[in-house]
Design a protein around this ligand. Structure first.
Ligand code: F3S
Length: 425
């Protein structure tokens, strides 16, 4: 790798020993992927994936402390993934004991470290940092040092920023160094599609199911999706962005997609069209039968497949304001039809603290609460990682949560029917 004079000086210790080691980490990381040079991180804010004070992460806490003690903090403030705990989310005595004593016992001290390192504020705990209410929304072409997979794929695809699927810790290293290695999704060539996906469904495909199908097929490659603009339109309005948020998270977790292009909709595809497709790209056709095949292929790993669900999680990734409002309306209508006043399965909607604050200013908030739904800023995955929670029959419309935990996936309509006591297939 060829470094500039400034980069070499940092590596040689001009800004201290700790920063030199940070730079060395970034350089070695780049060399592993064949990067020829480092490029500046240009976004206003960074985003970190590691938000949880898990007891066993002592090396991470030590590393953070070394950075703080050496003053090797980034010029960039940052948001971070959601908190793992919220007392409003139902948990029994034993589950709470495990959360507080054995799992996230370092949460308070870790959050103090995050503040010292440059956390924006308490509202910045969310994976959807790019929502307007949160404010960490990169511009097209900006270079990022993020790692949260659902945020990386959104930033690359919907916002047109440039970021690789980095790992935790590498995200903060790039931000402190001020540089990231140039390879993969940072390059024009790496952003070209090696798959063409043709959507031929008879109705708007479920975002999380479509994302799952594409993720499992293309894995870490870049798909160019045709036919989705028929259902989403050609403008990135709230509804399209919300759809792509959920769709992208499923592509990134069921596969390892870091960037997708939607014809006539996402910024790179709008500007460059089919010139983004590499010669020899393979074709994947998705119709109703293919979506059904993917849905039917999900294993049910509950101990008793017929168990009555004990909890429902919606909002992984965190829900948008529009999603919270539209789900309030949908629930209201569905409950009126079933004659129930409240949801019949304990239900948690998760969203960012900033979006929740906006939601609470509306009449929808009281309505949703009266229907028995809990709104929380938690990360459902962190909740499900508690072995006692993992044993519970939990349902979700998140394909990311399905992939990483024992939670069972249902489509939005099926979830609605289940939690309101209506008929489900
Ligand atoms: Fe966000 Fe946690 Fe899901 S970080 S995408 S709510 S697993």
């Amino acid at each position: 790798m060829v470094l500039t004079k400034e980069q070499q000086a940092i590596l040689d210790g001009a800004e201290g020993e700790v920063k030199a080691r940070v730079m060395e980490t970034v350089v070695r990381y780049g060399e592993l992927f064949g990067a020829q040079r480092l490029v500046p991180v240009t976004s206003k804010y960074n985003h970190l994936v590691t938000s949880f004070g898990l007891k066993m992460m002592t090396p991470v806490f030590d590393l953070m402390q070394q950075l703080i003690d050496a003053g090797a903090v980034s010029g960039q403030k940052f948001s971070v993934d959601p908190r793992p705990l919220d007392k409003n989310v139902p948990a029994n005595f034993l589950q709470k004991l495990i959360f507080n004593k054995f799992m996230y016992s370092k949460q308070d001290s870790y959050e103090a470290q995050l503040k010292s390192l440059g956390l924006i504020d308490d509202n910045a705990f969310t994976c959807t940092c790019y929502m307007d209410e949160v404010g960490n929304k990169p511009q097209r072409g900006e270079v990022l040092s993020w790692a949260e997979s659902s945020a990386v794929v959104y930033a690359n695809s919907v916002l047109g920023a440039r970021c690789n699927r980095n790992s935790g810790i590498i995200d903060i290293m790039g931000s402190i160094a001020g540089y990231v290695p140039e390879f993969g999704l940072l390059t024009d060539e790496g952003r070209k599609a090696t798959w063409i996906v043709e959507i031929k469904t008879s109705k708007k495909p479920e975002a999380q199911l479509l994302g799952s199908a594409i993720g499992m097929k293309v894995m870490e490659e870049v798909p160019y999706i045709k036919g989705l603009d028929k259902w989403l339109g050609t403008e990135l309005d709230d509804a399209a962005c919300t759809y792509l948020k959920d769709f992208g998270a499923a592509t990134a977790s069921n596969g390892a997609v870091g960037l997708y292009h939607v014809e006539n909709l996402t910024p790179d595809a709008k500007e460059l069209g089919e010139s983004l497709i590499k010669e020899g790209a393979r074709v994947y056709v998705i119709d109703d039968a293919e979506l059904k095949r993917v849905y039917d292929s999900y294993p049910v790993i509950w101990k008793n497949a017929d168990a009555t669900p004990k909890l429902c999680f919606m909002g992984c990734p965190h829900m948008s304001l529009e999603q919270l409002k539209s789900w309030t309306d949908r629930l209201d209508k569905a409950l009126a039809e079933t004659g129930n006043k409240k949801v019949v399965i304990p239900t948690v909607f998760t969203s960012s603290p900033a979006v929740i604050a906006e939601f609470e200013k509306t009449d929808f908030a009281a309505k949703l609460k009266n229907m028995g739904v809990i709104v929380s800023y938690i990360c459902p995955l962190m909740y499900m990682n508690n072995p006692l929670c993992g044993k519970m029959p939990v349902i979700t419309s998140s394909n990311k949560l399905r992939t990483y935990t024992t939670a069972r996936y249902y489509t939005d309509d099926e979830i609605l029917a289940q939690i309101t006591g209506g008929n489900c297939k």
